[in-house]
Design a protein around this ligand. Structure first.
Ligand SMILES: [Zn+2]
Length: 335
């Protein structure tokens, strides 16, 4: 019955795949109603649909068909899940992990495939626990390999922004103010000259993904040219917002919330760097994680931990698995 339920949720299947699934549904019904032995025995492997091969335990034989389907429908949770099972059986563990990670990253957590994929991932070598990358039900990411132009303001912020959701109108106004008159925007309280450099160091947390060619980045001096505009906030948390329309930049706020008070300059530097590293994960399209060692946890647990300060130590293996999975999925909005 689980299999039948699963396939009712596979709405995005292309027509020929849909036919295949419908045929399977009919046969699955026969299995349920009539015991199924006759239906199974009557079919040779060649006559079986990929799902029937899986149902009869012939995972390796079903693998080529699921590989083909995953190319045609890379965001389909059911196909990715069965591809993962088949790849696992064929000892193609990298493919199995990548497929299950895609299920978790691209599917609402309420889907029955998510806990199934999470369980399978724990049986595989890396034991990845990726995050769901959906932000308000949508997947956002850049074109893979794109060079991102990043502008970091010199401590300025557009008044009235910095935290929380903006309406589309307010977003457009903020973008216009940031693009056209950033230099004349007020500087946030407690901003120090070196904070711009700390933002830059935070972004380096994602340099591993540059090496893996997911994106590259360069810094621009003119906010009009930027894909990502970084401003500052004195709030304790940073914030990142996605555009409403094509051509608008992503807006991100680096927090210097601990600049004053009793914090040492070292604690301050660590705070700015870590929060920006987290925000840049959002800039790349990631949503929040739940693992204590993950940079994308809403409240970073390891701020101040010296072993996590080096650029390559800031992201966890789960953060990495999430980003790789996100960029293997079709986006609802290409940033
Ligand atoms: Zn966050």
């Amino acid at each position: 019955m689980t299999l039948i339920l699963n396939h009712q949720s596979g709405k995005q299947l292309k027509s020929h795949i849909r036919k295949c699934v419908l045929a399977t549904l009919v046969l699955s019904s026969l299995v349920v109603c009539d015991g199924g032995v006759l239906a199974k025995e009557a079919l040779s492997a060649a006559a079986m649909t990929p799902l029937q091969l899986v149902q009869s335990g012939r995972y390796v034989q079903a693998l080529p068909a699921f590989k083909k389907m995953a190319l045609q429908s890379p965001g389909d949770a059911s196909i990715n899940y069965y591809l993962g099972l088949c790849a696992m059986s064929a000892r193609e563990y990298d493919l199995a992990e990548a497929s299950f990670c895609k299920v978790v990253a691209g599917t609402p957590p309420a889907s029955p495939f998510v806990p199934l994929a999470q369980h399978q991932l724990q049986l595989l070598p890396h034991k990845y626990a990726p995050q769901c990358a959906l932000t308000n039900g949508k997947l956002y990411h850049w074109q893979k390999g794109q060079q991102l132009k990043v502008y970091i303001s010199d401590g300025c912020n557009v008044p009235g922004t910095g935290m929380g959701v903006l309406s589309s109108e307010r977003y457009a106004q903020t973008v216009a103010a940031a693009r056209n008159s950033m230099a004349s925007q007020p500087m946030v309280h407690d901003y120090k000259q070196g904070d711009q450099t700390l933002v830059l160091e935070g972004i380096k947390a994602w340099d591993w993904a540059v090496r893996e060619k997911y994106f590259s980045y360069t810094f621009v001096r003119d906010p009009k040219l930027a894909d990502i505009i970084v401003m500052f906030t004195e709030q304790p948390n940073g914030c990142t917002l996605y555009p409403f329309a094509a051509g608008q930049p992503v807006l991100s706020w680096a927090s210097i919330g601990s600049a004053g008070g009793e914090n040492t300059s070292e604690e301050h530097a660590n705070h700015v760097k870590m929060i920006m590293a987290h925000e840049f994960g959002h800039c790349l399209g990631l949503w929040h994680a739940s693992g204590k060692m993950d940079l994308m946890l809403p409240i970073i647990e390891f701020v101040g931990d010296k072993t996590r300060e080096a650029p390559d130590a800031m992201t966890s293996e789960n953060d990495k698995a999430s980003l790789r999975a996100l960029y293997a999925l079709p986006a609802d909005m290409i940033l």
